[in-house]
Design a protein around this ligand. Structure first.
Ligand code: CP
Ligand code: NVA
Length: 359
């Protein structure tokens, strides 16, 4: 059972969550992406296929992507700092033929200068989509409620859905190719070394953890979430994941015990102090001290895995605080796939934008 977390209970905006989860990529047209429960396994697998095609097109300098979003304009509203999310959305929009306008909102929260409703009602008159990084999930849901154009969550206090998609795409790229076409036919998800992919998340039960949990169980993976007591994922998100796991053949364990890291194909961590939590830094660094990912922990994760997998992979959404949640030797090891994750942010988001803004 999940341990008690320190999150306030999450109450989703019923208006923006009224539609059932998208079953296909085509069903995503014109819709928001605020959290991954708005998608389903077949829809995400289709999205991965498109992301793979767009990635190949980029490598081959092809022109498949160039006209997908011709003459579209998206705005990127950021209340918080960003490297990966901002650059991948700007570059990605350009590759798809769209324009991106960046709006630095770090000096003032949404809703201060004018109501979020008026904000949305203005933006919908000029733009085709809104990408927003916000402090509060409630704020982005309010924006989505009032703006007639699609709203994409580029990180909130609760979720980071674009990250979760890129993370699972990065694991999916390492699947067993020989059995995949049969699995695609029956919508089974994917396997690694003939078995269910196993991911361990170690650290803070935060926004990145929540979206990773959603993505993993939705795609039929097992996820073990290991956090200090009181820093676990939100109980409501764990409950959502248990439901998704049942439907999709995934599984989830939430624990405080580091020994649970044994035999996982990948070990994931994130910063212990997220944006907006600077005042808790001293306390958090103490609470999380035992949860650092070092070589010893990675060896434990690798034990029992088939030798062909080449040891547990290290994953991180970045930015990392080297020497804090992860040691240099782990993040710099050949088994680290953190830059593949960063690269895939763009391809996963491009597929998402192409689907949401499809002509
Ligand atoms: N992983 C991620 O979202 O990075 P940025 O904060 O740099 O966008
Ligand atoms: N949990 C981190 C993720 C940064 C990409 C934060 O919210 O700051």
């Amino acid at each position: 059972m999940p341990q008690i977390s320190n999150h306030a209970p999450y109450s989703a905006n019923p208006i923006v969550h009224a539609l059932p989860a998208a079953r296909t990529l085509a069903e995503l047209r014109g819709r928001d992406l605020l959290t991954l429960t708005q998608l389903t396994k077949p829809c995400v697998l289709e999205l991965f296929a498109l992301a793979t095609r767009l990635k190949r097109d980029r490598v081959e300098r092809g022109d498949y992507a160039r006209r997908l979003l011709d003459n579209r304009t998206i705005i990127l509203i950021f209340e918080k700092a960003s490297l990966r999310t901002r650059i991948t959305f700007e570059t990605g929009a350009g590759l798809l033929g769209a324009r991106a306008i960046y709006m630095d909102h770090s000096q003032q929260r949404l809703g201060v200068r004018e109501s979020i409703k008026d904000y949305g009602k203005n933006l919908e008159r000029w733009l085709d989509a809104i990408v927003a990084r916000v402090y509060s999930q409630a704020a982005i849901e309010e924006l989505a409620e009032h703006a007639a154009v699609p709203v994409i969550n580029a990180l909130s206090d609760r979720f980071h859905p674009c990250q979760g998609l890129a993370d699972l795409l990065t694991v999916y790229e390492r699947r067993d190719l020989e059995t995949q076409s049969r699995k695609d036919e029956v919508g089974e998800g994917f396997a690694i070394g003939g078995e269910q992919p196993r991911i361990a998340y170690v650290g803070d039960g935060n926004n990145v953890c929540h979206s990773l949990m959603h993505a993993a169980v939705m795609l039929g993976c097992h996820i073990t979430v290991i956090t200090p007591k009181n820093y676990g994922p939100e109980a409501g998100v764990v409950a959502e994941c248990e439901g998704l796991a049942k439907t999709n053949g995934g599984s989830i364990e939430v624990t405080t015990k580091l020994a649970a890291v044994e035999r996982h194909h990948a070990v994931y961590t994130d910063v212990w102090v997220s944006m907006g939590q600077a005042d808790e830094e001293g306390k958090r660094l103490k609470v999380f001290a035992d949860y650092q990912i070092d070589g010893d922990l990675m060896s434990k994760a690798s034990s029992g895995l088939p030798a062909s997998w080449g040891g547990a992979k290290f994953m991180h959404c970045l930015p990392a605080r080297r020497g804090v949640e992860v040691t240099d030797d782990v993040i710099d090891a050949p088994t680290s796939i953190v830059y593949d994750q960063a690269e895939n942010r763009m391809h996963a988001q491009n597929a998402l934008m192409a689907a949401i803004l499809a002509k």
